[in-house]
Design a protein around this ligand. Sequence first.
Ligand SMILES: Cc1ncc(COP(=O)(O)O)c(C=O)c1O
Length: 373
Amino acid sequence: MNTMKVPFLDLKAQYETIKEEINTAIQEVIDSCAFAGGPFVEKFEREYAEFCGADYAIGVGSGTEALWLTLLALGIGRGDEVITVPNTFIATVEAISFAGATPVFVDIDEDYYTMNPELIENAITPRTKAVIPVHLFGQMANMDPIMEIAKKHGLYVIEDACQAHGAEYKGKRAGSVGEAGCFSFYPGKNLGAYGEAGAVTTNNKDLTHKIKMLRDHGQSKKYYHDIIGWNARMDGIQAAVLSVKLRHLEEWNDKRRKNAGIYDSLLKKEGELCITKEAEYNKHIYHIYAIRIQKRGALITALKEKNIFCGIHYPVPIHLQRVYKGIGYTQGSFPAAERQADEVLSLPMDAELSRDQIVYVCELLRKFFELQT
Ligand SMILES: Cc1ncc(COP(=O)(O)O)c(C=O)c1O
């Protein structure tokens, strides 16, 4: 009997490969007691800005805060509209709502699951202030047409790069193309902290200053408060962990790309839908390796029985979530995003995944498809 187990991702296995570096880095923070903000955060901010090809990075408490504070810092709020996609994690849209603005959705490109630029202009009104393309699963949205439309209409482009650490579009890294890039370092991300953390990248010095004030109670210096802010600082321990992991990120992303290539070659025979498509202008970093299948529930059960663990990102598009029922969309408003939500399945994927594990997953998939036909 085959006893192989294939977790969706294996953070423990990753830790084993960098244990000493991580433990030393955490000990350094404890020794210096720089727990909230401070030198470890500043160091990581410099390193991450350089990695992304941006002038500045601002460490915050989560990806959700990165998005929210960026909107606030750009002066977006009540009465404004922000265009984004419905097939994202709720945080993209929550941040718009929490800033006081109204989310407006456009459908996605069915091949790549990212914003369809051809649909943006129809969604623009005199109240539109910004567009948030989501670099879903680790692949950047088609940024040239998005930037062009935004320029024509005087809109900000905020990249939701929460799943795209190191992804590239025509050689430019995620977080370096729009007015700002927002990143999550949730533990399961390609660059994940050992807790919650996030960052904003930008080339805009004033925006950097504003976000730094907002994340720290609106103060320009200690106990002198100029604007209403919040506590959204990054922890020293998270920054130290992220600095260690950043040194390995390119290698990990390359391994994920290699693993995606193995999946692609083994699944090719099973038909078009099985392969995660990479646009020719993109470098996908495969935060998620997603296939599409109509009998998804049955497949998940069959895989689970064989110790293979998958995910669904995401089962319900945001316009059909109960919380957003009131904003005027219905079933059928965004057919491509709705089809994706019904059919998408995320297979196990990380840098630690072995070829044998991928072969095992693909063998079971093939058996499942044979039974269906
Ligand atoms: C596309 C997207 N946007 C925003 C977020 C929010 O990030 P966080 O969980 O760090 O708040 C996430 C991460 O979960 C995400 O995947």
